[in-house]
Design a protein around this ligand. Sequence first.
Ligand code: MN
Length: 493
Amino acid sequence: MKHESDLNDLLAALKSDSRSVDVEKITAAWNFAAAAHAGQKRLSGPPYITHPTAVAVTLSRWNMDTATIIAGLLHDVVEDTPVTQDELVKNFGGEVARIVDGVTKITGIRLKGSTQEEFVENLRKMLLVMARDLRVILVKLADRLHNLQTLWVLSPEKQLENARETLEIYAPLAERLGMGEIKGELEDLAFPYVYPEEAAQLKRYIKPLIASGSEYIDKFRRELLALIKPVIPGAVINTRQKHLYSLFKKLQRPEISGDLGKIHDLFAARIIVSTKTECYAALGLIHEKFHPVPYLGISDFIATPKPNGYQSLHTKVFGPQGRIVELQIRTEEMHHQAEMGIAAHWQYSAAKDRGLSDKVLEKEGTFAPKGKLDWIRQLAVWQQDIKDNDEYLKSLKFDALQHRLLVFSPNGDVYDLPAGSTPVDFAYAVHTGLGPETAGARVNGKMVQLDEKLQNGDVVEILLDRKRKIPNPHWLDFIVTATARREISKKVS
Ligand code: MN
């Protein structure tokens, strides 16, 4: 990603995009954003608009839809300019405005400096905001990717905070979403800020290996091509160098314990073919000439994909001069999916403009590509990981957290309520003044009784009767929050 992008870069990116995006609408959004940010500068010097433009260029490269690209252009206007949420709705529609609002919200959820408990709680809130529309995360990832490029302008404290948050939250998120390439980029940008000495040392350490390694893999690539092309004429072979941070993490594994000699994938070759059958055919051709390393084995992630959807055949073979080399074999589609993950096969789900309860999410997925990724399942797996990784979180406190309820207001504000809460508890949580005026409630668009128990992810809308000043004493029979009980008791006794 370039540090500075202008409208021409964006138009060029849109042009090279095979899908149909609305160039006119996007251009109008760019003009709107440029006017809103007029006079503002990035800390790194260039006009502010270069930042949202770069974000939109990235989103366009990820083949995102018109609404997401526009949201990318406008993602900072509500927070940093006088433009209001209502103006966004009026000019660009509710869909764009909701994505921008989601981005603003997750940006506002601070994860640093909090206790472990607050961290998990905030993370949970963040995930729920994002789970309502995955396009929010994609805008956020593109935003973070660009901000990391100019992280040097911030104070050392801010650098560390952002870089750490990237390694702890955004890179794992990208991985969960199957965006391997983006994850690698985010990590490598953040790595030197979080581990300056280790990063510098590792770079020095592998420098000589890189020179010889890239020469070796290039030669091997040509040999493989000569072997495979006659049988599979369409085959393409790329080489890649392992991302630095991923190497750093691997060196820390107990079975490697810092020994670079045990790293066999510093360089790897990728064989890209058209069909699954060709994948296995290519594997056969390779193994005939270059023996697989017995104890390192072959992984068939085509037959058994990784949980995030990753597919490929991996083999480690004895290459020329007996060096162990990792080879990955996949179809073009698998390759695109491995690099871009969820962004690779974007589509709208039927869940679009609905209030999305967990039940609906579970049944229909959210804005996630249908059938490709079960976001809620991913969320659960991730929470499980967080739980397993830390003894502290296995304690009762974490369990208590799971009995909490996160519900949304119609404009996406998240409220944290105890389990068993009702619309009346919700009304008092939003504002104690709203409580007495509560006349009815809609949950996920449907009218419900005021004693209805809310579920995680519910969107709750309170219907008011402005003339009512006294709460109904019967509410005391079902409300669960201390605030509601205190306020109601005050008024009715
Ligand atoms: Mn931004």
